[in-house]
Write a protein that binds this ligand. Structure first.
Ligand code: FAD
Length: 407
């Protein structure tokens, strides 16, 4: 390990890995990436990795369209012929019940088309053509994205890390950033961040990028930052349970992803390995004080609810057997959108956290835009809307369907 780097990145999830790759791709800067465990050991490794463009915040759609191009040609985008992202182009259906959500869905589809998304409203017959297993009771509006799909989050992140290493990034696994190193404060500043402390010694940095997701509050606390600085992150963490169900016949990988806005928990489902259907929810989940104390249990009432909801939407899954489950952490800000930008009051620190349940699909484009910003270039897509100050400026990036990942 060298004594210093131009950029030190804390956190080797898909966001940190993408930022590391793009910094090395775009510049000759020296870059080091640290993860306390193996890369992809956080939320990314638990992700359902759905890649769709349906959002109501325009910059989210713009970012995801850029990312979708990367997922569709991962090797070309990374300039490597032996990396994989496992993208499956299944398509994506979004269903809304009668009333406000149906109107907002129609409105969103029109606005996304203006931004270049391949998406359109379709009728029941067309929906049943692409997904014959569906029962469309209670559905008043349907959106269809033929180009969307899902990927392999671990392969994607490892692909970025491999490509970053080949461009000179020093990757340190099992090496936690124990704390941010702070120079004495001056003026309104809490002190300049000059580097990080690790078990292998201190590492100086021109800039530290914090990409530790659900562990961001812990990194601040461990660095001795005051409670008001930690509270100003406006970050909550929750536990999300993903279930898989098996039916009488295998659920094929060619079937589209379905997002169901007709149910309160905004359920989504997609095919998964082994011919099962994977089911998750778009609600807050269970509040979690410490992301390291996440129980793996799938509550019985949740299993019963999801079995009933999936069975109602796909009668072939009525009374389906539970075949598996896992849990993962969401890092949630007040508007469910990420914070990207210099840390207020802490020069030398750049923040990238708060991706809640939708950061995987944004990461390729965000990694490039963050790297461009760090290098003093104009990013392809303006990241100013994601500044942390938006929380105190009442400039929240609110979604059309209320709080949740489709924001
Ligand atoms: C169940 C679930 C389903 C999801 N489904 C989707 C989906 O379908 N589509 C989608 O787009 N998004 C989805 N998401 C969200 C998406 O996966 C996340 O937003 C994204 O992966 C976050 O990446 P990250 O790099 O910010 O954080 P993480 O992947 O959590 O990475 C943070 C890293 O920081 C490391 N770390 C922590 N503390 C330290 C320290 N002190 N020093 C060094 N390293 C440290 C951790 O080990 C970890 O590897 C889902 C998330 C979950 C949990």
């Amino acid at each position: 390990m060298r004594s210093g780097y131009d950029f030190v990145i804390a956190g080797g999830g898909v966001v940190g890995a993408s930022v590391a790759f793009h910094l090395a791709e775009l510049s000759d800067a020296s870059v080091a990436l640290f993860d306390r465990g193996e890369v992809c050991g956080g939320g990314t490794g638990r992700s359902c990795a759905i890649v769709r463009s349906h959002y109501s915040v325009a910059s989210n759609t713009a970012l995801t369209l850029r990312s979708l191009d990367v997922f569709r040609d991962f090797r070309g985008a990374l300039g490597e012929d032996d990396v994989e992202c496992g993208f499956v182009n299944s398509g994506y259906l979004i269903l809304a019940g009668p009333g406000a959500f149906a109107d907002r869905l129609a409105d969103n589809l029109a606005r996304q088309r203006e931004l270049g998304a391949d998406t359109s409203p379709i009728g029941r017959a067309e929906a049943l053509e692409v997904h014959p297993w569906l029962e469309l009771e209670g559905v008043a509006a349907i959106g269809w994205e033929p180009a969307s799909g899902y990927a392999d989050p671990v392969a994607t992140t490892r692909g970025y890390v491999t490509a970053a290493r080949r461009r000179g990034v020093a990757v340190f696994e099992h090496t936690p950033v124990e704390r941010l190193r702070l120079a004495p404060a001056g003026g309104p500043s809490m002190g300049r961040v000059t580097g990080v402390a690790t078990p292998g010694g201190t590492v100086e940095a021109g800039c530290v990028v914090s990409a530790v997701g659900p562990w961001t509050r812990g990194l601040y606390a461990g660095s001795g930052l005051p409670d008001d600085a930690i509270d100003a992150l406006r970050l909550e963490v929750s536990r999300h349970v993903v279930l898989t169900f098996g039916g009488a016949s295998p659920y094929g990988p060619e079937l589209p992803i379905v997002k169901d806005l007709t149910v309160d928990n905004k359920m989504y489902f997609r095919p998964a390995d082994g011919g099962v259907v994977l089911v998750g929810t778009g609600d807050f989940g269970d509040p979690l004080a410490d992301p390291d104390r996440m129980t793996a249990a799938a509550p019985r009432d949740l299993v019963a609810l999801q079995r009933a909801q999936v069975g109602a939407r796909m009668p072939a899954f009525k009374g389906a057997r539970l075949t598996g489950s896992w849990v993962g952490p969401y890092d949630i800000t007040p508007d469910w959108n990420p914070v990207l930008g210099p840390a207020p009051g802490l020069p030398g620190l750049y923040l990238a956290y708060g991706f809640s349940g939708h950061g995987f699909k944004l990461a390729p484009a965000i990694g490039r835009c963050v790297a461009q910003s760090l290098l003093g270039e104009a990013p392809d897509i303006d990241l100013a809307p994601y500044r942390r100050e938006r929380f105190s400026e009442e400039a929240l990036l609110l979604g059309a369907y209320g709080v949740g990942s489709i924001s």
